[in-house]
Design a protein around this ligand. Structure first.
Ligand SMILES: Cc1cc2ncn([C@H]3O[C@H](COP(=O)(O)O)[C@@H](O)[C@H]3O)c2cc1C
Ligand SMILES: O=C(O)c1cccnc1
Length: 334
C-alpha cells in the first residue's frame, strides 16, 4: 500500500462518516504525502515576504500606487503594522522580509534579509526585465533563504508595486491565456487604467513572444521577488517542506516552478482564490483547488496566513482523532 492509501485508510477508520470532513481530508492526505509521513505535523512555519520593484511600473504607471509604496510597506511589515504582520502574529508564524530588488537602501535589521540583485527590474516593454544571470541569482537567493530557516512549512508572501503586471504576463505566457483574461485592476486601477495597463503589457508580450523556456519567460517579465519565490518553492519541495501559496502573484511563481519541474506541485497548498482577474485561470492550469474564497486581492501572504489554521487542523485530525475501534464506536451498518 502506498502512503496516500495508508493515509486515506487512517482517515476512514476515524470516528466520523466516511469522507465527512470533506476537503480537510484531502488536505490531510496531501500534507502527509508532502511531508512523507502518516503522522503529519507542522513545525516552525515561516512566512517569507519577497520584495522587489518593477521597471514596467516605473516607466508606464501600470499600478494605482507609486513605486515608493514597495519600500514603505517593507518598513510597515517589519514594524508589525501590515496585514501580513497582524495575521502572522495571530497564528504564531515567523515573519521574514527579503529585499530581492527594492529601490531603497535598508539598514540591516532583525527580520530583514538583504539579497538585492539590483534596485528594481528593467522595463519589460524595452527588453528583458532581468538578464539570465540576474534571474538565476534571484532564484538562488530564494533557495538560500529557505535553506537557512527552520521548520517544515513555508508560506509565500510578496510585495512589489507593479507585480500584478509581471504575474499577468507570466500567466499569458505559461498558462496559455490572453491578456484580456488575465489583466486586472491590481491595487485598484479603474476601467480606463486596466485598458491602458493591458496595452502596455501587450507590447511586452509581443517583444518577448519567442521566449519559450520557463526561465527565459521569467527573465523576460520579472520580477526579482517572483524569481526568488520560484527558488523558494524549488528548495522547499526538495526538502519536503509544505509550501502555502498565497494569491495571484505567488501562484505565478508556481506556474514557473511547475513549468520547470511539475514534481513541485504536490508540495503546494493553494490557500485561496484571489479576486484578481486571471487567478482562476492559473489555478485551473495547475489543476489546483484553493481552500478559501474570500475575495482577497491584497497579496503579502495574507491569504496564506489566513488558511494556515486549516493546515494545522488537517494534521491534528490525522494524528489525534480516535478510531471506531479505539473509542468503541459502532461502525457503519453493513
Ligand atoms: C498599500 C499597499 C499594500 C500592499 N500589500 C500588498 N500589495 C500588493 O499590491 C501590489 C501589486 O499591485 P499592482 O500591480 O497594482 O501594483 C504588490 O505590492 C502586492 O503585494 C499592496 C499594495 C499597496 C498599495
Ligand atoms: O492576489 C494577489 O496576490 C494580489 C492581487 C492584487 C494585488 N496584489 C496581490
Amino acid at each position: 500500500m502506498n502512503l496516500e492509501q495508508t493515509l486515506r485508510e487512517r482517515l476512514d477508520a476515524k470516528t466520523k462518516p466516511i469522507g465527512s470532513l470533506g476537503r480537510l481530508e484531502d488536505l490531510a492526505v496531501q500534507l502527509g504525502v508532502a511531508l512523507g509521513t502518516d503522522e503529519p505535523s507542522l513545525d516552525h512555519p515561516q512566512m517569507i515576504v519577497f520584495a522587489g520593484d518593477h521597471g514596467v511600473a516605473a516607466a508606464h504607471g501600470v499600478s494605482a500606487y507609486p513605486r515608493d509604496v514597495t519600500w514603505q510597506m517593507v518598513k510597515n511589515i517589519l514594524a508589525g503594522g501590515a496585514a501580513v504582520s497582524v495575521l502572522a502574529r495571530q497564528h504564531g508564524i515567523a515573519l521574514t522580509v527579503v529585499d530581492c530588488g527594492v529601490d531603497h537602501d535598508f539598514a540591516p535589521q532583525p527580520g530583514l534579509v538583504l539579497r538585492k540583485v539590483t534596485p528594481g527590474t528593467a522595463d519589460s516593454t524595452q527588453g528583458p526585465a532581468m538578464t539570465a544571470a540576474e534571474c538565476a541569482q534571484a532564484i538562488q537567493h530564494g533557495r538560500e533563504v529557505v535553506r537557512a530557516l527552520p521548520g517544515n512549512a513555508v508560506l509565500l508572501g510578496e510585495l512589489g508595486i507593479g507585480n500584478t503586471s509581471a504575474a499577468s504576463l507570466l500567466c499569458a505566457a505559461l498558462a496559455g491565456c490572453t491578456l484580456d483574461d488575465c489583466v486586472g485592476p491590481g491595487t485598484g486601477l479603474d476601467a480606463a487604467g486596466v485598458l491602458r495597463k493591458r496595452g502596455v503589457l501587450q507590447r511586452a508580450l509581443e517583444l518577448h513572444k519567442h521566449a519559450s523556456e520557463p526561465l527565459q519567460v521569467l527573465a523576460a517579465y520579472g520580477g526579482f521577488e517572483i524569481a526568488a519565490m520560484v527558488g523558494a518553492i524549488q528548495q522547499a519541495a526538495q526538502e519536503r517542506r509544505v509550501v502555502v501559496v498565497d494569491g495571484f502573484i505567488s501562484t505565478s511563481a508556481v506556474l514557473v516552478a511547475h513549468a520547470v519541474d511539475p514534481k513541485v506541485l504536490p508540495s503546494c497548498v493553494f490557500s485561496h482564490r484571489s479576486g484578481e482577474r486571471g487567478h482562476e485561470l492559473m489555478l485551473r492550469h495547475l489543476g489546483a483547488k484553493p481552500l478559501l474564497d474570500l475575495g482577497l486581492r491584497l497579496g503579502e501572504g495574507s491569504g496564506a496566513a489566513l488558511a494556515w489554521p486549516l493546515l494545522v487542523s488537517a494534521c491534528l485530525i490525522m494524528r489525534d482523532m480516535a478510531t471506531f475501534e479505539s473509542a468503541r464506536v459502532s461502525g457503519k451498518t453493513p
